[in-house]
Design a protein around this ligand. Sequence first.
Ligand code: GDP
Length: 479
Amino acid sequence: EVISVQELANRMSERSVDVIKCLMKLGIMATANQTIDADTAELVVEELGHTAKRVAESDVEIGLGMDDQDAEETLLPRAPVVAVMGHVDHGKTSLLDALRKTDVVSGEAGGITQHIGAYQVKLASGNVITFLDTPGHEAFTAMRMRGASVTDIVILVVAADDSVMPQTIEAIKHAKAAGVPIIIAINKCDKPAANPDKVRQELLQHEVFVEDMGGDVLSVEVSALNGTGLDKLQDAILLQSEMLELRANPERAAQGTVVESKIETGRGMVATVLVKRGTLRIGDNFVAGSAYGKVRALLDHRGNQVEEAGPSVPVEILGIQGAPVAGDDFAVTENEGKAKEIAEYRLRLEKEKKVTATARGTIEQMFSAIKEGTADELPVVIKADVQGSSEAIVNSLEKLSTDEVAVKVLLSGVGGITESDITLAAASNAMIIAFNTRANKQAREEAQAAGVDIRYYSVIYNVIDDIRAMLSGMLAPTL
Ligand code: GDP
């Protein structure tokens, strides 16, 4: 029993590109003309919010409704979810620790906090902010690769006695690619050598325009060491989140994202879930990626048992069968049978994963999406041997853009292709242009696994020709 992606899309009146995206979430790379089996089709149908009716087998209903919208009147404000990124040693960990200490609730209780992957700070004003406490862009991008978008705001830490560094730039690219607003925290302002103005200047070169420089990116001078400026940073976060109008429906079955998981002696599999909407309660049946279970206990970041967790609240859950990973989606189901069914189905998919996740899948998909006129951007990552070539390629490709299709350069840089490049490309479904440069072994493996297309060139005209052909939808995939 098979159906083509196109046919499935037609029957649901959905765009085939949306079906393809949905399949990607399930780890399957397929083009519009390829066929998928009935089980997969059913998952897609349900994921897209439709009801699957099978003629033959018993009516298996798998509906997670992850994408359905809550009615306007059910939406209430929720706390912003903040990730901290920046160059090594610029003070990410110190800042997260310092912010954690400003929590008035933990303060009262004596302040022993547990690392569960995220924590909340309640301010004296009563406002609450949720921080992901795994700093760095690896965690951020790894989650995005699994289709999760948990971060509302990125805090970019830059040391005032240092400069904008490679990882600062990478973090900017990642945040921009994800469409997440940035707040600049200029750290180590206690140091005699601190020069915040220089940092703001340098950020300009990377198209981060802070307020003082006529832009709209908020920037705050802080010292994680002695705590100065933290209140201003929190104000900036609240201001930014007001602009984002973050809201969620707390009155529904909980859905969210796994932000961390571990096996602990005595407690078994433990996962931290960040609730996106709805309220999670003890006794709820759930599916988390290919794991499932019934919530036996909920613990907050202070190690306290809690009865429930609403939107933007991170909680540790006990009672999991299987092994969820960071970035997995989490959803409460009507009953245990359904949770188990979905989890087992996904597990089977994972095992079977005859991963057509070859480079071909990605590029063909991009290609057919452009052909159908559904894609407006061709995202690319450019790596070259020297700065001059990299810039020349960027300039030439930008000139190729038309009203309908544009080349979107997520990153252009110098040097070999690294795992980090692959992660970025995979998260944005981009191809990589390698000009007189190679990918290292890990990067090649990662590319293979993630289905990222790396194209090698040594003549700039060839790059331009290929991209032009792709844009005009005339280049047949050559892989
Ligand atoms: P990360 O690698 O970005 O997580 O950076 P860390 O938080 O580990 O900090 C790196 C170093 O900078 C440590 O030795 C910190 O003590 C120091 N540091 C962090 N924040 C400040 C600050 O505000 N002022 C000063 N003087 N040192 C800081």
